[in-house]
Design a protein around this ligand. Structure first.
Ligand code: URA
Length: 442
């Protein structure tokens, strides 16, 4: 078999056989197939797509390219969650302890920030002392004790995806349903949970810019998950506007704790409750309505917050910062930017706001960049809210004073202010289950 022939086959719209998919992925991971040939294949897939069987096989081979984690020593059903990536998306920090407080088990490996989107591992590392790398035994013991453990991905989890993702990132082949679905689901299958809840983002800050594409991606991933024997549900949620008001690592930890203390922003609380309810539903805790009530109760009675604190302590973190936010390291410079117009905010472009936070130091501009945990921004007014002249739009925090003016420029570009109140946009557009799509209206 020759990679040249496989590229040519896909270039003309051919369907790759199971053997051909194995040959290409195995060869690429082992360094027998060069980056330039894999790049050509990725572009051929980008243009000509893959059928459902090819996507399932590609996912399986990518998952099996490294460790397949066996979570069976942990009693009970384990549920995982994955977001396709967003700005201000700190829901994992909220839903994981809610689910654990309600009796579900969450043994979760999360990722770092990518481009303008944040990552759970970076946020967790903003908590002083928190260890995102645990041995297998420590990981399992933490889940047994707290019902939840959040750690980083082990080095050998779906290495094929790691290598292919890096190539996609520099060959303009990220935004493709077969490639995104196989990338995400290979990691989820290898991570070993029995059930998977997918949060597929749509809008300006997401890879899927339209609802139709987001639904197609969700259906593809649900089919892969169910085909592999994992109960899988997807929610399609809005990422035109950032979620919540805090963007940046310690700011997002603080806002998540506010939700767990029952005083968080409405949008973030609502999306988190819907995600948590679906995770509880997947592990068999009752109807969706019952699961929603259970999730709400865990916030009201503080049990979800206490569960999070116990996990943080168990993983070496200082949970006192979660009770007294003044203990988080403060950024030395801040800037409040004000509105020069009055009206309604008609756009808070999530991608541009994500880029603003990266400029301030909350994300990585190069692979080697160090994250500044105290950097980021707090939005004061967002989509749909009224603003007057001189009112604050946002406050920036950074250790790099010289970046403030660039950050302000791009932040202002992210906003549009109009005279008319814009129409309400649903936070959750749709729910996708095996063979079923439900669309929601505001
Ligand atoms: N997240 C992933 O893990 N993979 C993709 O391809 C896109 C988002």
């Amino acid at each position: 078999m020759r990679m040249y022939d496989l590229i040519s086959k896909k270039k003309y719209g051919g369907i790759l056989t199971d053997e051909e998919i194995f040959f290409m992925i195995d060869g690429y991971v082992k360094g027998k197939i060069a980056d330039y040939q894999m790049s050509a294949m990725l572009m051929a897939i980008w243009f000509n797509g893959m059928n459902s069987h090819e996507i399932t096989e590609l996912t399986k081979v990518m998952a099996q390219s490294g460790d397949m984690i066996d979570l069976s020593p942990i009693a009970g059903k384990k549920v995982d969650k994955h977001s396709t990536g967003g700005v201000g998306d700190k829901t994992t920090l909220i839903v994981a302890p809610i689910v654990a407080a309600c009796g579900g088990k969450v043994a979760k490996m999360s990722g770092r920030g990518l481009g303008h989107t944040g990552g759970t591992v970076d946020k967790l590392e903003a908590i002083p002392g928190y260890r995102t790398v645990l041995s297998r035994e420590e990981f399992f013991n933490t889940v047994e004790k707290c019902g939840v453990s959040l750690i980083g991905q082990s080095g050998n989890l779906a290495p094929a995806d790691k290598k292919i993702y890096a190539l996609r990132d520099v060959t303009a082949t990220v935004d493709n349903i077969p490639l995104i679905a196989s990338s995400i689901m290979s990691k989820k299958l290898a991570a070993g949970s029995d059930c998977i809840l997918l949060d597929v983002k749509t809008g300006s800050g997401a890879f899927m810019k339209t609802l139709d594409d987001a639904i197609k991606l969700a259906q593809t991933m649900v089919t892969i998950g169910e085909g592999a024997g994992r109960r899988t549900v997807a929610l399609i949620t809005d990422m035109d506007t950032p979620l919540g008001y805090g963007i940046g690592n310690s700011l997002e930890v603080i806002e998540s704790m506010e939700v767990l203390k029952n005083r968080g922003p409405k949008d973030l609380t609502e999306v988190s409750l819907q995600l948590a309810a679906n995770m509880l539903y997947l592990v068999g805790k009752g109807s969706l309505d019952d699961c929603r009530k259970m999730a709400e109760k865990s916030i009201q009675d503080n049990s979800a917050f206490e569960t999070f604190c116990t996990m943080v302590k168990e993983q070496g973190g200082d949970d006192s910062v979660l009770r007294d936010y003044n203990k988080f390291e403060k950024a030395p410079y801040s800037l409040e930017i004000k509105s020069d117009r009055e009206g309604f905010i008609t756009k808070t472009d999530a991608e541009k706001i994500g880029i603003t936070s990266v400029i301030l130091g909350a994300g990585r501009e190069t692979k080697e960049s160090e994250i500044d945990f105290s950097a980021g921004l707090v939005i004061h007014k967002k989509y749909g809210e009224k603003i007057s002249v001189g009112e604050p739009l946002a406050t920036f925090y950074t250790s790099r004073k010289e970046k403030l003016s660039d950050a302000e420029k791009i932040y202002r570009e992210a906003l549009e202010i109009g005279k008319e109140e814009p129409k309400k946009i649903p936070l959750v557009f749709a729910r996708v289950e095996k063979d079923k799509v439900e669309k929601f209206k505001e």
